[in-house]
Design a protein around this ligand. Structure first.
Ligand code: ZN
Ligand code: ZN
Length: 213
């Protein structure tokens, strides 16, 4: 099995988690044996999030999608944004708030769970009033956390350990853009995403009655 960052291997990761006996857990209870907290920080593309969410639904997986309200890359207040939130919920996923420090104004689009975007060490693990911060104890525990940030598993791709049930429980952070768009490096993947966004933007212009002739 090759550990590429693509949707084929992502499906293998999900299947490995099922084979290892894990349960799809939401951040609405403290971690227990067998919990798999599947977390997606949506930094760059709602389209990538939706494609990953549909694949998960098809394989019976449940995740929590953390969405931004002040991204420069997508607009959650647009009709595409509100449609994306509705579809994520229809697919059975939870929706949390991906906040930019120090601003924190959660609204009723989100479940009471949050994750900071690009956090600094001074506040990343601190509790936040009224919600679960996914990086506060006990949801963040050393040895029970894996992240694919910048297309790099610092502690290795977890598929073997998931299949073997080697984690008592796990928080698994996966960024959809890295897996949905092709590329052997983060730079290639980002360029592939920009090519896809160009097509999306041409369609938006047409939808906005711009003459593209
Ligand atoms: Zn792997
Ligand atoms: Zn982020």
């Amino acid at each position: 099995m090759s550990c590429g960052f693509d949707l084929d291997h992502y499906a293998e990761l999900l299947d490995a988690a099922v084979a290892g006996g894990y349960r799809w857990a939401r951040f609405d209870h403290e971690p227990g044996t067998g919990d798999l907290f599947l977390r997606h920080d949506v930094d760059l593309s709602l389209d990538a999030a939706l494609r990953m969410a549909r694949l998960e639904r098809d394989r019976g997986a449940r995740a929590t999608y953390f969405l931004m309200t002040e991204s420069v890359f997508y607009n959650l207040a647009s009709h595409e944004g509100t449609d994306a939130v509705a579809e994520l919920r229809d697919l059975g996923h939870a929706v949390g708030f991906h906040a930019v420090h120090p601003r924190f104004a959660r609204d009723d689009r989100f479940d009471p769970v949050m994750a900071w975007h690009n956090p600094d060490p001074e506040y990343v693990f601190e509790p936040v009033d009224g919600v679960v911060n996914v990086m506060q104890s006990p949801w963040f525990t050393k040895g029970r956390y894996r992240s694919d940030s910048n297309a790099h598993w610092r502690e290795g791709c977890p598929h073997d350990e998931l299949r073997a049930g080697a984690f008592e429980w796990l928080q698994l952070l996966v960024h959809p853009e890295i897996w949905v768009y092709p590329g052997a490096t983060m730079g290639e993947t980002m360029r592939a995403m920009l090519d896809a966004k160009r097509d999306e933007w041409l369609q938006r212009l047409a939808d906005d009655r711009i003459d593209l002739s």
